[in-house]
Structures are given as structure tokens and as C-alpha cells.
Write a protein that binds this ligand. Structure first.
Ligand code: ADP
Ligand code: MG
Length: 322
């Protein structure tokens, strides 16, 4: 199939059409309108076969995850996702693969009100890059740098299931069939917390999404905010499967440093904790308090368990270059 017909067949009409899109797929560049009381949030994430996903992964899962990791960045800023461009590097033009990828991309994009407005298609080792753009009310963006001493720290849903699923696939963790089935969506089809991010715009002093493990990610928040963050590891929310893994000799390391969680972790000034509870109820979401912001010291993230220091058995967070 030619590059032109591939784009025509699999990259046109993906996602939800926006009134503010002036020119979409098909021209030299896309053109969009942005109202003067809005700001653009822009982010890009790449997934490389063999690095971010296992060879022969399900193309529908890959499309979901590619969108989810980028949508999660919008969520972390409190932005409303609007547009995306897609750079596809493919080893060949397998139409079955492309149809599954494109169908899943369309479904998830529509669900989050996102439109695919352009991209690039090349041949090479399977590499998926999505550039995402969203809108924010002027000067309202949630940043990593706003946490203050005294703020409470919260996290959405549960941590560690994606890392548990990956370690199961790699044969390093044993799970029953039903347990494996229960944690696999956390790895392959994470749900980006876009509505939560929007709801935190007038509430959180700092926010980020957990992609490299909550300890590594919170250390970024602490460094950029000029504070330290105390985490009580007993308060880290865990799924039933993870709790069972712990009860059978598993460790908390996967939940603390495993990564790929795509939950939001955020700081909230004293006095607004009630509003967090209300927001959780309104969004039918579980939100747990996991720690507090303290004066900066040598240790950016201090882990404790029932009042005494807690040691990680592992290196902190995934890094591509060490
Ligand atoms: P150019 O030569 O200007 O780079 P291309 O031939 O690469 O243009 O692309 C033609 C049109 O198709 C452009 O509008 C581009 O944005 C779009 N396009 C190419 N690849 C993709 C893709 N993977 N997803 C979405 N749009 C794409
Ligand atoms: Mg091109």
C-alpha cells in the first residue's frame, strides 16, 4: 500500500471533530483557533517497541496506551484535550495491524473529545509518537512547582498494578489466572485521569501524573517546589491483587517505583481537603491521602512506615540513560 493511501485509509477522520479546527489532516500543516482567554498545553510521548512495549503487542492496546500516556499529561496540567498529531514509524504496511490500531485510536480519542489533525508516516522499527494539545483557562495550569509546606498529598485510585502485570508477563511474579486478568488492563489500557485534572484546577497547589513510579515523580515535585514530601507507605492505595501479592511475601517496591500507573498525585493546601473528598464523590473516584509537604531537607521524598523510616529495596524509577 502506498504511503498516501495508508494515510487516507487509517489516519483520516480519527477522533472527535472540533469546531476550532480550521485545517486538519491533508494539508502541509494543521491550523486551529485558540480563544484569547485560553492557553495551549502541549506534550509529546514516544513508545518504542522493545523499550516501552513487548514485541507483538496487540495494536488496539498500543493505540489505547499511546493516547492514554499523552492524555495523562493533559490531566496532570488540568488541560482539556483537543488535538493530536501522530508520527508513525512502521516496519511494514500490515493492513490488519493498521485497522486495529486506527479503530482503537478513534474510539479512545472520541471518548476524550480529541481530534487527530495531522502526522507523519515513515518506515522503520515500530515507533509510535503522539503530540497532544489541550486547552487551559488562562494562567490556571497545574504545575509541579507549587507545593507548599503544610499541604496534604493525595493520589488517585491504586498504584502498582501495571508494574505487577509487567513483572508477571516477564515471569518475575506469580499470579493466578484471574489475578493476572484483573491487573492486565492497568498495564495495557490505563485510564487517564482527565476529569480529575480538570476538577483540581482550583484546588491543587501542584500536580503530576505517575509514570516513573510515585517516589521518583514526587521527588520532581519536591525539587521544583523547594520542599520535601513525606510519604507514609502504609497509606499507598493498593488493589486486592496487590494486597494478596504483599501478603504472600511480595514487596511494596513495585507500587512505589514500578511506574506506568498514570494516576495523578497532587498537593492540596490545608483546609481544602474536604473539597477533595467532594470531588472524589462527584467523579466516583477513589482518592487517598498518602503524605504531606514539609520543609526541604537532604531527602526530597521521605518514606515512613508507622512512624519509622522505610527503606526501598530497589533503584528509584525507570530511567532510559543511567
Ligand atoms: P508532508 O510531505 O507535508 O510531510 P505528508 O505526505 O507526510 O506531508 O502527509 C500528508 C498529510 O497527511 C499531512 O496533512 C499530514 O499531517 C497527514 N499525515 C501523515 N501521516 C499521518 C499520520 N500518521 N496520522 C495523521 N496524519 C498524518
Ligand atoms: Mg511527512
Amino acid at each position: 500500500m502506498s504511503e498516501f493511501s495508508l494515510i487516507e485509509r487509517f489516519c483520516h477522520g480519527i477522533g472527535q471533530v472540533q469546531d476550532s479546527t480550521i485545517i486538519g489532516v491533508g494539508d502541509d500543516a494543521a491550523v486551529v483557533s485558540v480563544a484569547s482567554d485560553s492557553q495551549l498545553a502541549i506534550s509529546v510521548d514516544t513508545m518504542v517497541e522493545g523499550v516501552h512495549f513487548l514485541p507483538d503487542s496487540d495494536p488496539a492496546d498500543l493505540a489505547h496506551k499511546l493516547l492514554a500516556v499523552n492524555l495523562s499529561d493533559m490531566a496532570a496540567m488540568g488541560a482539556e484535550p483537543k488535538w493530536a498529531t501522530l508520527a508513525l514509524t512502521l516496519p511494514d504496511s500490515n493492513t490488519q495491524w493498521l485497522a486495529a490500531f486506527s479503530g482503537s485510536l478513534d474510539l479512545v480519542a472520541k471518548r476524550f473529545g480529541l481530534q487527530l489533525i495531522g502526522g507523519d508516516t515513515t518506515r522503520g522499527p515500530l515507533t509510535l509518537t503522539l503530540n497532544i494539545m489541550g486547552l487551559l483557562p488562562k494562567s490556571k495550569a497545574l504545575s509541579r512547582s507549587g507545593a507548599s509546606v503544610g499541604d496534604a498529598v493525595f493520589v488517585s485510585n491504586v498504584l502498582g498494578d501495571a508494574a505487577l502485570a509487567l513483572n508477571f508477563l516477564q515471569g518475575r511474579v506469580t499470579l493466578t489466572e484471574s489475578q493476572a486478568l484483573a491487573v492486565m488492563p492497568a498495564l495495557n489500557r490505563p485510564e487517564p485521569q482527565v476529569p480529575l485534572g480538570r476538577g483540581l484546577l482550583d484546588l491543587a497547589s501542584a500536580c503530576l501524573d505517575v509514570s516513573d513510579g510515585v517516589v521518583a515523580d514526587l521527588s520532581h515535585m519536591a525539587r521544583l517546589s523547594g520542599v520535601s514530601i513525606e510519604l507514609d507507605v502504609a497509606d499507598i492505595p493498593l488493589s486486592e491483587v496487590y494486597q494478596d501479592y504483599l501478603a504472600h511475601g511480595g514487596s511494596l517496591d513495585l507500587a512505589l517505583t514500578g511506574g506506568d500507573d498514570y494516576q495523578l498525585v497532587f498537593a492540596v493546601p490545608k483546609g481544602l481537603e474536604r473539597s477533595v473528598k467532594d470531588l472524589a464523590r462527584r467523579l466516583k473516584l477513589s482518592i487517598s491521602r498518602v503524605g504531606q509537604v514539609v520543609k526541604q531537607s537532604d531527602e526530597l521524598v521521605k518514606l515512613s512506615l508507622n512512624g519509622s523510616a522505610f527503606q526501598l529495596g530497589n533503584v528509584q524509577g525507570y530511567q532510559h540513560f543511567t
